[in-house]
Design a protein around this ligand. Sequence first.
Ligand code: MRU
Length: 371
Amino acid sequence: MKVDGRHFRSIWVEPDGWSIGAIDQRRLPHEFVVAKMTDCDAAADAIRSMLVRGAPLIGATAAYGVALAMRSDASDAALDKAYATLIGARPTAINLKWALEVMRETLLPLPPSARSDAAYARAGEIAEQDIAINKGIAEHGLALIEAIRARKKEGERVNVLTHCNAGWLATVDWGTATAPIYLAHDRGSSVHVWVDETRPRNQGASLTAWELAHHGVAHTVIPDNTGGHLMQHGMVDLVIVGTDRVTANGDVCNKIGTYLRALAAHDNAVPFYVALPSPTIDFSIDDGIRQIPIEQRSADEVATMTGRTADGRIETIRVVSDGSPVANYGFDVTPSRLVSGLITERGVLQPDRDALARAFPERARVLRALK
Ligand code: MRU
C-alpha cells in the first residue's frame, strides 16, 4: 500500500540483503519511522513490544527472525534457540507458531551451511504467500460487499464496521479485513468504514484510520461502545474483522471487544464476517473459549494514553486514578454461532469443522496426524 505516494510493505529485507526493515507501528499515526532488525532477539523484541503486530505480520517477522539467527549460527542448537526465543514473544496469534514450524521443517533437513540462504528464501515465500492470500480474501470479500450494494439505492455507500487493525499494517500488505474494502474502493465502488478506536492501544484510531486515510477510503473513527447504537439505526451493513486464531470448529479469537460487536450484530441481524488467512486456523483445538491462551498485557496500556499535544510533542498521560487496579486482557473469543462466515483465500466458509476441513484438507490432515 502507499504512504505519501510511495509503496510500502510492513516488513522487508533491506538493500544490504540481510537486515530486516519494518514500520515502527508504535509511533503511528504521529510519526512514520522505519526500524531495522539485525538479530533474532531484535525480531522477538519487535513482536513483544508491538513495533510489529497483527497475526500475519507476527508470523512473517518470526520467519525473518529465524533467518537472522541462521545468519550468525546455523547449528541445530541455534535453530532450537531461535524457535524458543520467538515462540514466547506473544501467545495468542497462532501464525507465530505456524511460521516457526514452517521454518523448522524447511531448515532441519538441510546441512547448516545451506540454512541461512534457505531461511531467507523461505521467509520471503511466507511474506509473498501472505500477500497472495490477502488478494484472495479481497476478491471473496468484495463479492459480499457487492451483494449488499445490489440491494441498495443507486449511489448509496456500503457501511462496514471494523475493530482493531486487520489492515495492511497487520499483514505484509493489503490486510485481511481491509482487503475487500481496498479492492472495492480501487474498483470505484463506494464504501465507508466505521473504525472502532480499539482501546487500550487504539489500533483502530491510530493504525486503521491512518491506513484508510492514506488510501483515500471514507471512514469515521468511533468510540468502542458506539457500534451497537449504529447497528440499531441501520447504519452498519456488515462487520468485517480480522482474527488471531480460529479453532477447527470456527470459534474466532480477536482483539478484545470483538465478541461484543458480534453480539450487537446478532441482535440487529447485521452480518458479522471474519477475514482470515489459512495460517490463522488452529486445527489442533476446537474450543476457543477454553483452549486459546489470552494475552494479558501491561496495566500501563489501560492506565495511560499517548498522543500529540497541540504544539506537536508526543506525550503520555495517566487517565486512571492512582492506585486503582487495572485488567488488560488483549483478546476475546467469539463463538462460531455468532459468525456469519469466514472470508478465506479459498472462499467464504461456514464457521464449522466440516467447511474448514473441506477447504483446507492439507492443514487439517497434518494436524490430526500430529495430535
Ligand atoms: O494486539 P494486536 O494489535 O496484534 O491485535 C491484532 C488483531 O487483533 C487483529 O485483528 C488480528 O491480528 C488480525 S490481523 C490481520
